[in-house]
Design a binder for this molecule. Structure first.
Ligand SMILES: NC(=O)C1=CN([C@@H]2O[C@H](COP(=O)(O)OP(=O)(O)OC[C@H]3O[C@@H](n4cnc5c(N)ncnc54)[C@H](OP(=O)(O)O)[C@@H]3O)[C@@H](O)[C@H]2O)C=CC1
Ligand SMILES: O=C1OC[C@@H](O)[C@H](O)[C@H]1O
Length: 397
């Protein structure tokens, strides 16, 4: 299939996924029922569309702070149940799992409440505002025997895993330097967006920066040792109290074990060319090795389109595109989004099966730790921790 036809057919199916035959019609166990906290913009891509083709999932309920908003969202997306508050949704006995796509600062409170109520949680990235909160969420999940996953969806896609397999396979020798870049044009998010609100856990390092940090750690199979350099461009906040606290762009360099270095850039407001022409988004990872390099175009949303360019120092350049796993035993379709692969793994974990890939507690904690370190080094300070105190007082010293 030519790549243009492949692209069109993939995108069509991403937006019009074939419906799985209902589990109840088939007489098997009832599907895992998800409730969504908030009528979030990301929910259709991250959960609602992927759920259509998953036999074992039902998006059963949504809650919003305003019932009318939840009702409109439910109508639009065919969600049967509506709740007028997050508390109500979490207390719903028919909900098995919560999808938490709230602003970062609210991740902790509502994940703790959901876990306390016995629900599994698919939690948007970054896990929380602080390492301390992240630790508390995982401790509670473990105590309750529940699944908690930080939604680094790109890690579940075969293209991402193919890049890692090339690196681990040794074809290019040892990794020497990793560069990860995520930039979007300045018109993409309004000045009022949650991403620029310090009190809600905003900032470029928290938002796209968390992926660039995660990818450095994943492709190097290690954590940084130290920060070599950090710089940022401050967001001119609408709120006087946020002045100087929110990074609209951030760049940080690291030293890693075995003489590896790395550099990340996250820019939520990439300046226009000549002041008027919006720049194209960049979502790239470059891994330089002793014996060549790999360049990944669109490492974050490879399901839409990507290229993996492998340049061995003494060999021919080749381009790979990987939409499904080679191993026939592993599930997937060319049109499965990163989020669909992620949902497969989440359900497998809940059902006690072995997921194809996973983001462990240690992985999530290390990512949050380095986000905090970058913020501290940049002089911006860590994002404000939640005022919510869980009754088992994990957070009280
Ligand atoms: N995995 C991915 O690809 C992506 C992940 N994300 C992550 O998902 C989360 C949400 O992002 P996104 O969907 O863009 O965000 P939205 O701006 O759509 O906000 C999400 C929800 O937050 C709720 N909310 C609760 N309190 C507040 C408040 N004080 N101010 C504003 N909103 C509030 C709103 O719910 P209500 O409906 O109740 O009013 C809103 O629907 C973030 O953590 C972000 O990092 C975002 C984009 C992509
Ligand atoms: O998770 C995300 O992925 C895509 C970005 O545009 C967005 O800001 C971020 O929240």
């Amino acid at each position: 299939m030519s790549s243009a036809v492949g692209f069109v057919s993939r995108v069509y199916k991403i937006y019009n996924p074939p419906k799985a035959v209902s589990a109840t019609q088939g007489g098997s166990a009832r599907p895992l029922r998800f409730g969504i906290l908030g009528a979030a913009q990301i929910a259709p891509a991250a959960l609602i569309r992927p759920a259509v083709s998953h036999l074992e999932v039902e998006v059963y309920a949504v809650a919003a702070r305003d019932r009318n908003k939840a009702q409109a969202f439910a109508r639009k997306h065919g969600i049967p149940k509506v709740h007028g508050s997050y508390e109500e949704l979490i207390a719903d006995p028919d909900v098995d799992a919560i999808y938490n796509p709230l602003p970062n600062m609210l991740h902790f409170e509502w994940t703790m409440k959901a876990l306390e109520a016995g629900k599994h949680v698919l939690l948007e990235k970054p896990a929380a505002d602080t390492v301390e909160e992240t630790k508390a969420m995982f401790e509670l999940a473990e105590k309750k025997g529940l699944v908690l996953l930080e939604a680094f969806h790109y890690r579940f896609h075969p293209a991402t895993q193919r890049v890692k397999a090339i690196l681990d396979g040794g074809e290019l020798g040892k990794v020497k330097h990793i560069k990860t870049v995520m930039t979007v044009p300045r018109a993409m998010f309004s000045a009022a967006d949650i991403r620029f609100d310090y009190g809600l856990g905003g900032g470029a390092m928290m938002d796209m920066g968390c992926y660039t940090m995660n990818a450095i750690r994943y492709f190097s199979s290690s954590n940084p040792i130290s920060i070599l350099d950090v710089s940022h461009r401050a967001f001119q906040s609408l709120k006087a109290s946020d002045t100087g606290k929110v990074d609209e762009e951030i760049t940080a360099s690291f030293s890693l074990p075995n003489d590896v270095t790395a550099k990340l850039t996250s820019d939520l407001r990439s300046p226009n060319v000549l002041g008027i022409i919006p720049r194209l988004p960049e979502l790239d990872a470059t891994i330089e090795c002793e014996g060549g390099k790999i360049e990944v175009y669109n490492f974050v949303l490879p399901s839409l389109y990507h290229t993996i360019t492998v340049t061995p120092r003494n060999g021919r350049v080749r381009r790979e595109k990987v939409y499904t796993f080679k191993e026939g035993s592993l599930k997937g379709e060319p049109w499965w989004e990163t989020y669909r692969y992620q949902l497969e793994a989440f359900v497998d974990k809940v059902k006690g099966r072995v997921p194809q890939a996973w983001i462990t507690k240690e992985d999530t904690l290390a990512n949050m730790e380095w986000i905090e370190k970058v913020y501290t080094e940049a002089g911006l300070g860590v994002r404000p921790k939640s005022a919510y105190v869980h009754r088992s007082s994990y957070l009280v010293a």
